[in-house]
Design a protein. Structure first.
Length: 301
């Protein structure tokens, strides 16, 4: 396997503060700059100054999808009447925990206001898709909290290799992931895949420790001790604040990341009282499109 980049740490990003990118209404030109940063750079960026803050929610949804479409093919999210390519991330009084404080496996955590652990969406192949890119456009922000937390999967992989080589070896083999909340009709609520794998010359990450653990409950099988130790090691590394960065989005900012490398989470938040002021982000997932990666062949001229 090709040796992946070690990636970045939270300290490096805090010192650089170079992840901002000015909004460009020419979305094709914007996508070219985004792709360079997402595939060859730090794996994420924040597009600053979009007109979303002056728009209605529906208009902001259209803007988010329009911005990302030149980068990749927008993927449907949700089911039935909720199915959309511009998913609303906002508090709808959903709890990610059951009454006995267990993780609520069937809840949409995007509809809650609690903190979210570091993960990537591709880990559970939501609605049968493997997103390459994830965008979160801030239409409205919370009164307090609700910042995005990011970590570089490449650095997590490197740290595991340095400190937990045996556990990393297991994490390179298939694990079960619980996807009850995003299971396509007629398919299994459990999907399998390695936490770390080589794909197309790049390291590809699947990370959601809570759904890795709950998958074995769903399968009705005990989690083998060696695999439990591997998940524990992954969780321990993810808990290190030095490996993550906290990003406070302003209204009109759009966080765009490589979902196959960058892990994201969220701090808990307190919201505004007026309904129209409450925190609302528009989430767009996009698949890589081969036609968008083609480089013109000058030899044909």
């Amino acid at each position: 396997m090709a040796k992946p980049s070690h990636g970045w740490t939270g300290r490096k990003q805090a010192e650089a503060e170079a992840y901002g990118l000015p909004y460009d209404p020419d979305h094709a030109a914007l996508a070219r700059r985004l792709r360079e940063r997402l595939r060859s750079g730090d794996g994420f960026t924040v597009v600053r100054g979009t007109p979303a803050r002056t728009m209605t929610t529906a208009q902001a949804q259209e803007l988010a999808v329009s911005m990302i479409r030149p980068l990749g093919d927008p993927l449907p999210q949700g089911e039935g009447a909720e199915r959309t390519t511009g998913w609303l991330v906002r508090d709808e009084r959903v709890s990610q925990y059951t009454d006995d404080r267990r993780f609520h496996e069937v809840a949409y955590t995007s509809k809650s206001r609690g903190d979210l652990h570091l993960h990537n969406d591709m880990a559970v192949t939501p609605f049968g898709a493997e997103p390459a890119y994830l965008a979160l456009l801030a239409h409205r922000v919370a009164r307090r909290g609700g910042e995005s937390v990011l970590a570089d999967g490449a650095m997590v992989h490197h740290t595991l290799g340095e400190e937990y080589p045996r556990e990393l070896g297991l994490l390179r083999t298939p694990f079960a992931f619980d996807r009850r909340h995003v299971t396509p009709a007629g398919e299994s609520p459990v999907v399998w895949g390695p936490a770390f794998a080589e794909h197309g010359g790049h390291l590809r990450v699947r990370c959601n420790v809570r759904r890795m653990r709950s998958a074995y409950d769903l399968l009705g099988q005990p989690l083998p001790p060696d695999r439990r130790a591997a998940i524990d090691a992954l969780e321990e590394v993810l808990s290190r604040s030095a490996l993550s960065i906290t990003v406070a989005l302003e209204e009109g900012d759009c966080l765009v990341l490589n979902d196959q490398r960058i892990l994201h989470g969220r701090t808990a938040y307190e919201d505004h009282e007026p309904l129209g002021r409450r925190r609302c982000l528009i989430r767009v997932m996009a698949a890589e499109s081969p036609t968008r990666q083609r480089v013109p062949d000058d030899s044909s001229a």
